[in-house]
Design a protein around this ligand. Structure first.
Ligand code: PMV
Length: 318
């Protein structure tokens, strides 16, 4: 029988994480070198939907899923959206090369791939905004109070300038640039760092509002540079400034600091944590020369990075 397949990319936040929860802007880009894949194999038996997720060590029937099961939730909400009262008789296999829980959008990508494969199976076509809205509901399970940036950038697969509850703004990229993404190897549950910032904000409202404003200013400046293809050095400086603000918010960590310092010493134009912090990944802006990319990648590995991804933010407009 015909197999249906759909994918979704990972993502990194370039600027504005945490502040974006408080309605300041943020910038995120897809990372297509890693991806989630959902494959749907229809079965002749009338057995309902079986979910196989080898990376998560799981194999179960949709009908047996716990009420808070994230995979079941995106399946059920997509089926409801498509006005299907029962799931297809099929095996849904979900795999992903996106490291879990490290700020690379694995949850949003898995949900997006599943929604897409179901849409494809039923011969429908859902625009990215609809997929993003379905995935957002599942993101609430992981994050508590998600800003919506992850589902947006993953579903649209384009650089986005994102402000909570506002229509998405796609960002043209004036000149391609290269990022090296370094993994601390430490899983960081997003809701914990987000909860910490919320507590601190409640305790010291004015100071945290200032941090969010500062992050917003940096993000707006970065947007102009990226869109106009401006100076990479200036963009790198803005990444360093954003990292300083994130440190003040209390969401960096010794592992992140070590990788960020190693990247800067190896010639990166700027470096910062990406995502919720307290582990997860950091990103470094590097010159688009093989020697520069290799120097930063090696320095990160020496400093303890458990994984490196080199990714281009390409200027080609789609
Ligand atoms: O999913 P992560 O780890 O990339 O974190 C998302 C970024 C935050 O701004 C910290 C939270 C949010 O909902 O935007």
């Amino acid at each position: 029988m015909q197999r249906f397949r759909a994918t979704a990319p990972g993502k990194v936040i370039l600027f504005g994480e945490h502040a974006v929860v408080y309605n300041r802007p943020a910038i995120a880009v897809p990372v297509t070198k890693v991806q989630a894949v959902a494959a749907l194999d229809p079965t002749p038996e009338n057995n309902g939907l079986r979910i196989v997720a080898p990376d998560l060590g799981r194999d179960y029937r949709l009908i047996d899923a716990e009420p808070d099961d994230a995979l079941a939730l995106i399946i059920r909400s997509t089926l409801a959206y498509l006005r299907r009262s029962s799931p297809p008789d099929a095996v849904l296999t979900v795999t992903s090369t996106i490291p879990l829980g490290r700020g690379l959008g694995s949850g949003a990508a898995i949900s997006t791939a599943i929604a897409r494969v179901l849409v494809r199976f039923y011969g429908q076509d859902l625009p990215p905004a609809e997929i993003s809205a379905l995935v957002y509901e599942v993101e609430k399970l992981y994050h508590g109070t998600p800003s919506g940036i992850d589902n947006t950038v993953v579903a649209f697969e384009q650089p986005v300038y994102f402000v909570r509850q506002q229509p998405i703004e796609r960002m043209p990229v004036g000149r391609s640039f290269t990022l090296v993404v370094g993994d601390t190897g430490r899983v960081s549950p997003t809701h914990k760092a987000v909860g910490h910032v919320r507590q601190q904000w409640q305790a010291d409202h004015d100071r945290y509002e200032q941090y969010f404003d500062e992050a917003g200013r940096i993000t707006t400046a970065a947007r102009a540079i990226i869109e106009q293809g401006g100076s990479e050095r200036s963009l790198g400086r803005l990444m360093d400034e954003n990292q300083t603000v994130l440190e003040a918010m209390g969401v960096s960590s010794p592992e992140l600091a070590r990788l960020i310092q190693a990247a800067r010493q190896a010639g990166a134009l700027g470096a910062k944590l990406s995502g919720a912090g307290w582990g997860g990944n950091m990103i470094a802006l590097v010159e688009r020369r093989p020697a520069a990319i290799s120097a930063v990648s090696k320095a990160l590995t020496r400093a303890g990075a458990t994984g490196i991804i080199v990714t281009d933010v390409a200027s080609a407009r789609r």
